[in-house]
Design a protein around this ligand. Structure first.
Ligand code: PMT
Length: 412
């Protein structure tokens, strides 16, 4: 990570003031930072601020003779290992999505071969607007990585998604999971909920949004892995560089996951898989009328336990979503499902775990435990990937000769 060259683009949003701190956070992690500011950004913060914190001249104009004589725009584009735009306004993302090159920063985004990472920041209605969402879809399809936005109170007085992810989290998301850590590895991640159909219009589901699993998939790609993501029904764009298969129910997720896991190096089971499914889903809508209805449920396959029981299994990591006795229950799952590692997180109605931007994770394995802390799901995903990479050092494939033909016990 040390010495990675980050070209930081700052565009015109109120969060621009936080980007000065971002420069410091990136430098704390050993990065070299050069800053490019748009005209809009200069209305919020002066170039002098960024020059002082970065220790480098700030670049502002495409056709500035003096700047071109120093480090021209093509040289800047070549210099960068990563182009990080934070904050990235709706207008800037729209311009890049449509290939405009009418100022220095948008030109650099077209001219560089380095990965592009955008941290969107805008009013929550602008973020939800269909035009912005379409532009995000174009960008992610073209391998631009989006980090955030986070949800919360906004400078305009509204509340919702649109805040720039905090500098410390951004720096960690960009620089953790450093390239090479999982180079040459195939990582399979499951994410999101499963929907178990009762009839053509009703199903049993849960509150998983897929955010944690998608963050893990993105962190694994950033670490150089080939990543297959098996996702239940969620409303999230596919992280760039990830190969995604959408599924609905637990049994469909199981079939895809087992097929992919049999040739994978790492399997990370973040999905909130239903433990039970209707025994006989109705092919017709069940009519109202009876005062009572009975629904017979049968157990679903335990996907992660089946993966851990494969003859030539990948390094297998589960997640434990617990409302009480976090460590005790997670340890029980680690042992019963024969996992290599489990990430325990507390979930609850107060917004912890499910469908939030943040999480708190304790990882447990036979070697002991490690508290990864509280933070954004992207930040924690990066730390988890680092832990996994650490355990994989020197391992080609997991030898499971002692576990052969072991079938998992029942239970969630
Ligand atoms: O999606 P988000 O909104 O971001 O929320 C993230 C999360 C809370 C869903 C995630 O962090 C998490 O905890 N995922 C695991 C949820 C879960 O189902 O936990 P569990 O304790 O019930 O299951 C233990 C493990 O067995 C999990 O790895 C699960 O994927 C796996 N499992 C469970 C049942 C089953 N039939 N098959 C499985 O593979």
């Amino acid at each position: 990570m040390s010495g990675r060259r980050i070209l930081l683009g700052v565009t015109g949003g109120i969060a621009a003031y936080k980007s000065a701190d971002l420069v410091r956070r990136l430098q704390d992690r050993g990065a070299q930072v050069r800053v490019v500011m748009t005209r809009g950004a200069r209305a919020f913060v002066t170039p002098l601020t960024f020059q002082a914190v970065s220790g480098n001249p700030v670049h502002t104009d495409l056709l500035d003779e003096a700047a071109e004589a120093g480090m021209g725009h093509i040289e800047l584009a070549r210099w960068a290992d990563v182009v990080l735009v934070a904050p990235a306004t709706a207008n800037f993302m729209a311009r890049v999505a449509h290939g405009l090159a009418d100022d220095l920063l948008s030109t650099l985004c077209l001219a560089t071969a380095a990965p592009l990472v955008f941290a969107p920041a805008m009013n929550q209605k602008m973020w939800s607007n269909a035009a912005t969402q379409d532009n995000c879809a174009i960008l992610t399809e073209r391998a631009v990585r989006l980090i955030g936005p986070a949800s919360g109170g906004q400078a305009c007085g509204e509340t919702g998604p649109g805040r720039m992810v905090e500098p410390v989290e951004l720096a960690a998301a960009v620089l953790s999971g450093s390239p090479g850590l999982l180079e040459g590895r195939h990582v399979v991640v499951t994410a999101g909920p499963t929907y178990e159909d009762i009839d053509p219009v009703r199903y049993i589901g849960n509150r998983s949004s897929g955010k944690m699993g998608f963050a893990v998939a993105a962190a694994a790609v950033a670490a150089g892995a080939r990543v297959s993501l098996v996702s239940g029904p969620v409303k999230l764009p596919t992280p760039s560089g990830v190969s995604r298969t959408d599924v609905r129910g637990a049994s469909e997720m199981r079939d895809v996951a087992i097929r992919l896991a049999s040739s994978a190096d790492v399997f990370i089971s973040v999905a909130a898989v239903a433990d039970y499914t209707p025994a006989r889903p109705s092919t017709q809508k069940i009519k109202k009328g009876l005062p009572k209805q009975k629904l017979e449920l049968v157990s679903t396959p335990d996907i992660v336990a089946e993966v851990a029981a494969l003859e030539d299994r990948p390094f297998t990591i589960g997640f434990a979503a617990e409302t009480e006795k976090l460590k005790e229950h997670a340890l029980e799952k680690l042992s019963r499902k024969r996992l290599d590692m489990i990430a325990a997180n507390r979930v609850g109605l107060s917004g912890a775990g499910f469908d939030s931007e943040t999480n708190e994770i304790l990882i447990l394995s036979r070697d002991g435990e490690k508290y990864l802390g509280k933070g954004s799901k992207h930040h924690l995903a990066g730390l988890l990937v680092e832990e996994v990479a650490d355990r994989l050092k020197g391992i080609d494939r997991i030898d499971t000769s002692t576990d052969k033909n072991t079938r998992p016990a029942s239970g969630n």
